[in-house]
Design a protein around this ligand. Structure first.
Ligand code: NA7
Length: 546
């Protein structure tokens, strides 16, 4: 075999994994296990991705910890103890660090290294990565574990640079504790991050102003310490529990009601809604099989939650302002928190409506709304979300075949085959990419499913002596149409003002990005079909030894 030219200034691997969050860690584990030489490049100073950066007070998972954890090692799932039903950020970060240590993964993870460029070298059929550390890496496979909610979005606000106080974004929270004691704090946003953070900040702040543009629905998480009997039952039945999750729509063990809301009497419906409220968190979205399809059924659930808000918040005007209108419940990501609505009964908390009078600018001492009213603040917190699903990929902007940059390929919205691969970008795999169930599922289940698929694909390529794989344009078009069609049958299609559609980022194409069809069922089948014989892919045999 001809010797491949190797440049001493370049570091060579079979695979480069970009990111060392839950997805990157899983990919390093799996690829290394199958003898693929791998290096993960992680911009952060530690492993954990989302759970490394989102350290704001109250950050917590809204999928039960026993479900939101890796299944790839039975020893791991048996030995790890979760202290709460829903783990908080510090515990999840400890878990991820434990996994990195337990499986000796750190030696293949390079921290503080941001990928600044990725380019497919067509002659060698290899990816070339440049980093902000000045290094160059070459790899046969590019595994993009860049996260779906990893690019924090600070809205462009006039005057921010002149603000004399401190400001933070929830998704890029400092490692040292932020001292809010006795201070005037402003929080912009009332999405998932804000609803978790607000009750905790309110306890200590001198005064908290919540600047709300669009109210969303927040369920009580009903979090509690882990019950020993629940942990015991899960550990005794983990294989069945995982199997159930993998075959389910959402990749977890939450039980769905398979009845339509219309097949139930008003009393039965109410009882089911109350049951879901008591179960807490995202269970509400499994109350009826058509909650996200039938407007009337959705409205029944929405009104139920509005009633809960009215009965919790003492001040009538505040309660009405917190109760969402003209928003189908669940079509903006449902929030799950603890004492969120109760917090607005505190003397030191004010809800400020910035829908009627938007924020005009940041001043040296606070925020000014349209019309001139000013709020003096010592600390300003942006809980304003992320450039979701495509942000991190577009930031790297990989350059594929024929010099095609990803941003150009996705100019009208992301196009993928199965949310895993992109036509024109050979040997590039996106873990939980747009067009896959990703954020509509337990992310850990989706990550493991994708990593398994990628590992099988690489195995296949190795055994068949293939050098490149990429989806056909036709397979990608058909899949992207299917993703849009599936969403069009749901109420998501009618609620376009969400990050699911990219609507929170000025200039971003408004296209529904995740796949609503679920992890199990059709998606599982079609990814397996794609794997057996690689129908829908162009495969090429080696041009150069690798
Ligand atoms: P989200 O869910 O995107 O929420 C962002 C919030 O910030 C939302 O209430 C926005 O209001 C608000 N926002 C954004 N920009 C502005 C401006 N300029 N003025 C006022 N209000 C603004 O982000 P999260 O971090 O809470 O959650 C993201 C996901 O992370 C979550 O869904 C989980 O999956 C984990 P809007 O609704 O746009 O009117």
């Amino acid at each position: 075999m001809q010797e491949e030219f190797r440049d001493d200034a370049v570091q060579y691997f079979d695979a480069i994994v970009v990111g060392a969050g839950l997805a990157g860690i899983c990919a390093v584990y799996k690829l290394r296990e199958m003898g693929v030489s791998v290096r993960a490049l992680e911009a952060g100073g530690g492993v954990g991705g989302t759970w490394y950066h989102n350290r704001y007070p109250g950050a917590r998972c809204d999928i039960e910890s026993l479900d939101y954890s890796y299944s790839f090692s039975n020893e791991l799932q048996q030995e790890w103890h979760w202290s709460e039903r829903y783990a908080g950020q510090p515990e999840i970060l400890r878990y991820i660090n434990h996994v990195a240590d337990r499986f000796d993964l750190r030696k293949d993870i390079q921290l503080n290294t941001r990928v600044t460029q990725a380019r497919f070298d067509e002659t060698r059929e290899r990816w070339v990565f440049s980093t902000d550390t000045g290094e160059t890496f070459s790899a046969k496979y590019a595994v993009m574990a860049t996260g779906v909610l990893s690019v924090a979005q600070v809205p462009s606000m006039k005057g921010l640079e002149d603000f004399k106080g401190e400001w933070f974004h929830t998704g890029d929270w400092p490692r040292q504790e932020v001292q809010v004691q006795g201070k005037r704090v402003g929080v912009i946003g009332t999405g998932s991050s804000a609803t978790q953070l607000i009750p905790l900040v309110a306890k200590n702040a001198g005064h908290l102003y919540v600047f709300q543009r669009t109210p969303n629905y927040t369920m009580p998480a009903q979090n509690h310490s882990m019950k020993p009997e629940v942990e015991k039952e899960w550990k005794a039945n983990y294989p069945e529990r995982r199997k159930f999750a993998w075959a389910s729509g959402f990749g977890h063990n939450q039980v769905s009601n398979h009845l339509s809301g219309k097949e139930m009497s008003p009393d039965e419906r109410l009882a089911e809604l109350e049951n879901r409220w008591q179960l807490g968190g995202l269970y509400m979205m499994r109350a009826f099989k058509d909650i996200l399809i039938d407007p009337e059924v959705n409205e029944a659930a929405a009104e139920f939650v509005r009633d809960k808000i009215r009965s919790t918040v003492h001040d009538k005007a505040t309660a009405e302002a917190l109760a969402p209108r003209n928003l189908y419940i669940g079509t903006k990501r449902l929030c799950s928190g603890t004492n969120y609505y109760e917090t607005f009964n505190r003397e030191n908390v004010s809800l400020v409506n910035v829908q009627e009078k938007p924020i005009d600018c940041v001043t040296a001492h606070g925020l000014r709304l349209a019309g001139g009213k000013e709020y003096e603040l010592d600390i300003l917190i942006f809980a304003t979300g992320f450039d979701a699903m495509t942000g991190a990929m577009n930031k790297i902007n990989p350059v594929g075949r024929n010099g095609l940059p990803l941003r150009q390929a996705w100019a009208a919205g992301p196009r993928t085959y199965l949310g895993l691969c992109v036509a024109g970008f050979p040997n590039m795999f996106v873990i939980t990419g747009p067009g896959s169930p990703s954020v509509f599922s337990n992310m850990v289940t989706s990550i493991e499913q994708h990593v398994e698929w990628i590992a099988n694909c690489i195995s296949h390529m190795r055994s068949q002596g293939l050098s490149a794989i990429e989806p056909t344009a036709q397979a990608q078009d058909e899949w992207t149409d299917h993703v849009t069609d599936a969403a069009s049958k749901t109420l998501y299609a009618q609620s376009r003002n969400s990050w699911f559609h990219g609507a929170n980022i000025p200039g971003k194409p408004v296209v529904f990005m995740p796949y609503v069809g679920g992890v199990g069922n059709y998606y599982r089948k079609i990814t397996q079909v794609a794997e057996s014989g690689y129908v829908g892919f162009n495969l090429s045999t080696a041009r150069m030894p690798s």
